[in-house]
Design a protein around this ligand. Structure first.
Ligand code: GLY
Ligand code: MN
Ligand code: MN
Length: 436
């Protein structure tokens, strides 16, 4: 794996030439007094180093004669390590992570300028760590002041995202093997949840089955707070209370994925709690399923990114018109976004080290991202009849029989050279497989 991190650094360095790129580790997140969440490295930092400790800075200086990759890390400290875990230390940064040079993080201000003095620009992504943002600006200002003496130094700070994130967008075989594993574990978890769910159990008990399965198969845990939403809770897109008892004749929407080796899966299924759709549930489910299948067909190399969303919107709008929930000409309804009270989110997002992974969706108006092999995205259309929704202007009142039904179907899809591969196809979604 170290070889792949090295190759990534080399590819990035080839792109930044005479610049110096600086990356900050993720902060420790506090749960409550004296207790921190399990540490999770910043995805850019991890992508380039595999290094998973806090209080670190990585520097890539391709123009430097000796030190092209430099790590600033927490030094070894026996007493602190007893409390908060092993540190690889300055020597380990070189030996285990391949740094050409490494320093204790306390020496950052003293040692950083030598990697910036001859750089034509600094590549950095301003982040949530305000203090560190200020540190970078201070170094830059100092170098600007002394520029006349040297005649070299960075004349600009540029966002590294535009250089790095297109690389992260196309996954390598190594990354794909981790994503397949994350997908397989989440598939097993959803199947277990489907077997377990029945009227009378609580949403959190279903959540426990899911998250048990994640850990059982080696995932580090959920990729995001698991959504286990029964009945009208399914109309709350980010419902995470998960404290209601499942009722007969209702649907259960589960949106849950796991993190494995830093990569994520993200699956949603919706199914009847007692094994039988009502007529209304089935009618809406069929629309979402058709929208999802037709959207999936649009996930092809060479296709524009927005095609699958546009396809899902059309199928959903047509379906709602057929059911009398919307009325009017399809193109007009789409143009005026009359579907939005029932389908208010996009049809998916990039997936990878982040659940909503990096990468642009369009390069300006009318210039969509074109899909290419190695990209991974979710396809997740839905319909939500939020209780007490007022009809839009010119639209009929919403009959109470539809009220509170929320449906989403979400799969993770790899764009291949010839089409696509649904990584999460193992979880049933056909009506016949969800009933009974
Ligand atoms: N669970 C987050 C999402 O589907 O985007
Ligand atoms: Mn999801
Ligand atoms: Mn998603």
């Amino acid at each position: 794996m170290q070889i792949e991190y090295k190759q990534r650094r080399e590819r990035l360095m080839a792109k930044i030439g005479n610049g110096t790129a600086i990356f900050r580790s993720a902060p420790m997140a506090v749960m409550h007094n004296d207790v921190e969440y399990a540490y999770r490295q910043d995805s850019d930092f991890y992508y380039l180093t595999g290094f998973n400790e806090a209080e670190a800075v990585a520097v890539l200086a391709p123009h430097h004669e000796e030190h092209k990759f430099v790590l600033f890390v927490q030094p070894k400290d026996r007493e602190k390590e007893v409390w908060s875990g092993y540190r690889c230390g300055v020597e380990g940064a070189k030996e285990l992570y391949g740094a050409d040079e490494a320093y204790p993080i306390s020496e950052l201000n003293e040692k950083l300028p030598q990697y910036l003095e001859k750089a034509e620009r600094i590549y950095y992504r301003f982040g949530r760590d305000r203090h560190f943002n200020d540190t970078i600006i201070k170094h830059w200002q100092q170098l600007l002041r002394t520029y006349p003496k040297r005649g070299t130094g960075p004349v600009a700070i540029e966002d590294i995202a535009h250089v790095l994130h297109p690389m992260r967008l196309v996954k390598s075989e190594t990354e794909l093997s981790l994503m397949r594993k994350a997908a397989d574990i989440a598939v097993a978890a959803h199947i277990r949840a489907m077997d377990f769910a029945k009227p009378g159990v609580y949403e959190y008990q279903v959540q426990a089955e899911i998250e048990h399965t994640f850990k059982l198969y080696g995932a580090s845990g959920p990729a995001y707070p698991s959504i286990v939403a029964s009945g009208a809770n399914a109309c709350v897109l980010h419902y995470i209370e998960n404290n209601r008892q499942l009722q007969p004749q209702e649907l259960l929407l589960i949106d849950a994925g796991c993190a494995y080796g830093y990569y994520n899966s993200d699956i949603t299924r919706t199914f009847p709690v007692d094994g039988k759709f009502t007529g209304e549930q089935k009618a809406l489910y069929e629309i979402v399923l058709t929208a999802q299948k037709q959207a999936l067909e649009q996930v092809q190399p060479g296709n524009a990114y927005n095609l699958h969303h546009d396809t899902a919107v059309r199928v959903i709008t047509e379906g709602l018109v057929d059911l009398g929930i919307l009325q009017g000409d399809i193109d007009t309804l789409i143009g005026e976004e009359k579907y939005k009270p029932f389908y208010m989110h996009r049809t998916g997002h990039w997936l990878g080290l982040d659940v909503h992974d990096v990468g642009v969706y369009q390069h300006g108006e009318d210039k969509p991202q074109i899909l290419q092999a190695g990209q991974v995205l979710t396809v997740e259309p839905g319909i939500y009849i939020v209780p007490n929704t007022e009809p839009a202007e010119g639209q009929p009142p919403i009959h109470p029989r539809w009220s509170g039904i929320g449906i989403r179907i979400e799969d993770d899809v790899l764009v291949t050279a010839t089409g696509n591969e649904v990584l999460t196809a193992g979880v049933p979604k056909e009506i016949a497989d969800l009933e009974g």
